[in-house]
Design a protein around this ligand. Sequence first.
Ligand code: ZN
Length: 154
Amino acid sequence: MALTKLDQLYRAVILDHSKHPRKQGVLDKATAQIELKNPTCGDVIQVQLAIEDNMIKDVRFDGSGCTISMSSASMMTEAILGKSIDEALMLADEFSGVVQGKEAVHQKELGDAMMLSGVSKFPARIKCATLSWKALEKALETDGTGVDGQLKHD
Ligand code: ZN
């Protein structure tokens, strides 16, 4: 169940994101935000987006959970910052495939998130890896409804 079977490089990048999360915190001017939980592991993630002209101008995440869920959230923020809503949704879809062992077309755009491809060998952890990306998808669905559009999913 542990990451010990993952390639050393993958492991180092994952741990780095976990220890030094990018874009962790709170956005003052979020246009969309959502909290999602992964009850099987106890992960909780909040994702906040500042969307302007169909582009993700800024992003933050916060929450608590296992190394995979936290590092994945950090990787997600790096991958989607500055992207259009459509691009971000496409990357979320591709990432969901990557952690299930599928090839990704946009590996460069996914960036460090590709390092989580090894999660496909640990099916119980797939939900940990996809939690922040699911939150992103949900937050994008609420675009325009503002912070009041916050949803909670179990
Ligand atoms: Zn987890």
